[in-house]
Design a protein around this ligand. Structure first.
Ligand code: PLP
Length: 430
């Protein structure tokens, strides 16, 4: 496969952009090789600068749930552009999208639009702190909530130990306020809460994790967290930046029947434009400025072009429940075919899948938390990634990513992915 134009662009990019990319995982560091520079995408396909075509399994890390360049969203954006690009003043569309989000996600009574998932999670914990008058938060090892300082914290060694900064530039002071528990471990959460009585403002998690690869909550885990939060007056924040509008119309919370106090959203909500949102109980959201004292703002928040794309996307999902049936069927079809291939080849790897999200972990262990995800054979994943790429399948370039299916994938595309997967597994393990 000729990727010489991508390689040249990457070389030049490294002169002007740190590491040659505007977001680290794009650099392919975890799998080796040179990242593809993308020129265009349509439906289930993405095309690089050398004209190679690939079937999409990343879909811009989730937003393109209807595939690329959906005509309705394209039209909404080009109509919106006719009226200028930004006003910095309220618009009718912002009222409409807020009303729609509230109707689709029942735990959300009020919602504030921001420009990214990172902004949504940063703002949500600020409101939780303002509302409770407490400083600390609990997060889970392996969950990603964007690059806000409070989330770039590695676990301390026990329930009473502070976390430590996971990136230079994050202060020890910030790290002191973030406690970290292993995912799916209710007992560890209870210990943290007991050791920090009356000090924890919020507990934040991905209700289904995408960011250590796809990891599902064990039965009773989410309910247990809800109970602990209720007992201790802690604000439960579900970070549904990935799962929102994907695992069902109302996100993972609808699917698992769990009601958070606050929800953070991103990705699909912007239809591919830079959008995030946080919302929840009116009693808490009324703390947000100018209704309340917790400051949060944005020059481009509620941008009319982004709102046009997001509103059109959400309206479509709201009015087309068959989208979710198709995504469920596609996910089940891939998962069962992948399992058949693994069995046929005598390979004991672990496939985690729910709806249109999945990860094939190169470990025989059940993957339920970050240590088990990290037991995967990472060099082998790198080889598998390139074997898939060579067969025209574009995946997330790390073992610790979830794949995202779109409705643009037909049965024929799924069959191509299934065949490529079996061939790639055979190639890298023989
Ligand atoms: N929260 C979750 C669960 C995410 O997956 C991400 C990004 O992947 C974020 C927050 C941060 O969103 P953004 O990259 O839009 O800042």
């Amino acid at each position: 496969m000729n990727i010489s134009t991508s390689q040249q662009l990457f070389e030049k990019a490294q002169q002007y952009i740190p590491g040659g990319v505007n977001s680290p995982v794009r650099a392919f560091r975890a799998v080796g090789g040179s990242p593809l520079f993308i020129k265009s995408a349509k439906g289930p396909y993405i095309y690089d600068e050398d004209g190679n075509e690939y079937i999409e399994l990343i879909n811009s890390w989730g937003p393109m749930i209807l595939g690329h360049g959906h005509e309705l969203i394209q039209k909404a954006v080009s109509d919106a552009i006719q009226h200028s690009f930004s006003f910095g003043a309220p618009t009718r569309r912002e009222v409409e999208i807020a009303e729609l989000i509230v109707s689709m996600v029942p735990s959300i009574e009020k919602v504030r639009m921001v420009n990214s998932g990172t902004e949504a999670t940063m703002s949500a914990i600020r409101v939780a702190r303002g509302y409770t008058g407490r400083d600390k938060i609990i997060k889970f090892e392996g969950c990603y909530h964007g690059h806000g300082d409070s989330f770039l914290i590695a676990a301390g060694s026990g329930a009473v130990t502070f976390g430590t900064p996971d990136s230079p530039g994050v202060t020890k002071g910030v790290a002191n306020d973030t406690l970290t528990a292993p995912y799916n471990d209710l007992e560890a959460v209870q210990q943290l809460v007991d050791a920090n009585k009356g000090q924890i403002a919020a507990l934040i998690l991905e209700p289904v994790v995408g960011n250590m690869g796809c990891v599902l909550p064990k039965e009773g885990f989410l309910e247990g967290l809800r109970r602990i939060c209720d007992e201790e007056g802690i604000v439960l924040i579900l970070d549904e930046v990935m799962t929102g509008f994907r695992l069902s119309k109302g996100g993972a919370q609808e699917r698992f029947g769990i009601t958070p106090d606050l929800t953070t959203l991103g990705k699909i909500i912007g239809g591919g434009m830079p959008v995030g949102a946080y919302g929840g109980k009116a009693e808490i959201m009324n703390y947000v400025s100018p209704a309340g004292p917790v400051y949060q703002a944005g020059t481009l928040s509620g941008n009319p072009i982004a709102m046009a794309a997001g509103y059109t996307m959400l309206t479509y999902l709201n009015e087309h429940p068959e989208v979710y049936t198709q995504l469920e069927n596609s996910g089940s079809k891939l998962a069962s075919a992948f399992r058949t291939s693994l069995e046929k080849l005598g390979l004991k790897y672990t496939l985690n899948q729910i709806g249109s999200m999945y990860t094939l972990f190169f470990t025989p262990n059940a993957v339920t938390d970050f240590p088990s995800a990290k037991s995967s054979d990472l060099p082998l994943f790198g080889k598998y990634f390139h074997a898939m790429l060579n067969r025209g399948i574009y995946m997330g370039p790390s073992q610790f990513e979830a794949m995202f299916l779109s409705t643009a994938l037909t049965d024929a595309h799924l069959d191509r992915i299934i065949a490529a997967n079996e061939e790639a597994l055979l190639e890298v393990t023989r």
